[in-house]
Design a protein around this ligand. Sequence first.
Ligand code: ADP
Length: 475
Amino acid sequence: MTPLLSTGGLAEVAAALPRALRAQGHDVRVAMPCYRQITTPHRGEHYCLCEADYGDRVVHGALRLATVPDTDMPLYLVEHEGYFGREAPYGTGAYEYNDNAERFCFFCLALFHAIPQTGWKPDIVHCNDWHTALIPAHLKTRYQGDSYWGDVASIFTIHNLAYQGRYDASSYGCTGLAPEFFHPDALEYEGDLNLMKGALVFADKLNTVSPRYAREIQTIEYGAGLHGILSARHGDLHGILNGVDYDVWNPATDSHIATNYDASDISGKRICKQALQKLFGLPAASVPLFGVVSRLHWQKGMDLLASALDDIMRRDLQLVVLGTGDPGIETQLRAAMARFPDKLGLYLGFDAPRAHTVQAGSDFLLMPSRYEPCGLGQLYAMAYGTVPLVRRTGGLADTVCGYSTLRQNGDEATGLSFVPLTNQALTRCMQDALTLYEKRDLLQQLRMNGMNQRYSWERSSREYETLYALAINRG
Ligand code: ADP
């Protein structure tokens, strides 16, 4: 949860959605592991002891009561030094901790014991990604007849289907579920334990973070092996786009950027571009500047970008990359920077203020994703008058209207898009961007179209409200 700890888009959802629901009058409380990265003022105080009951053994932890930053909304932190007092939340480098099944099953089971002790009872538990997947499974099995939990509904949100919490069958003991649920109709997948599958089977309602990704994941191509269960539950599977926190992502008020600007006068963008060039050690040339703010990962098409760099860098442009991730891609980018020091700027790391600088200073934002559940970068780009250049998939397809010379759709286009997953398609689309850059009026129109888009959390949270009501009424 931003600003406590962030590894990507989910952190922003976890911060924004509860606030938006709260603003609509709901009593929202958030639970997460008490990661070491959460600093002292945010850790609140010890509230109660709690335990995870696995049937054959019990593991002890504690619940801390804190508040969501800058609100009085309760934040429950599940404390267990051995599990969560580590260097990173999920693992280091490209490696996950090998006991992640145990860590996150503990988190879920501990909540079943801890939350009733707070004297508060939810109508619905909104679970996000595989780490929380055991909760819907327990609600429908072990806790079905429970006096506290028996009538609590659940929804499960898929932020990224590729991460399923799939482990060797020997990890099944961590779930605390009866042996009969290690079955292909429940948590078993090809002989392994698959935690996300448990949520897909047992949650009252399912959703993902864009309508198009909700459809895509029902196909073999995008279903990551779970398209069967997802299509079987298509009536319960919804797509709700993420929103933008415009208090944070607003070029008119952003304190991280060189100068503020808005749609009525975007001349400040030129100053932001110069500041970005300076920050990334590039000359102050007036050539098109492409930005990347992304995990450097196969999912994001960053391997494609890295392998197309020689071709791309021959052109009259600059590229800045802010990202971290796959060591192989990082190496390729470093090598390319050595070859093209005046054209390629690189920062390998996660740095939120820098992300604002890139969004404000770039002419185009590159997102050549293989798949994209929602994507936030393109939404921020549009807010900053930066034209997103995206692969037409998932949430990118739902939110970016690509300009087409054939259709001359300058009045509605907000970006550029391509479909084939090839270097050629990517570089062709970048060439279209270079052409667009020369057509100043059209470029200006696309920028304005983007800046006039509004992806508010208010709208998204209303859709969640409807979905919660369906889940609670088992509709
Ligand atoms: P995902 O959650 O799959 O990584 P999203 O597009 O949903 O992708 O969200 C990524 C978020 O993380 C965006 O807000 C983006 O600005 C931010 N981000 C990604 N990489 C970095 C980085 N290296 N430094 C700062 N912010 C980053």
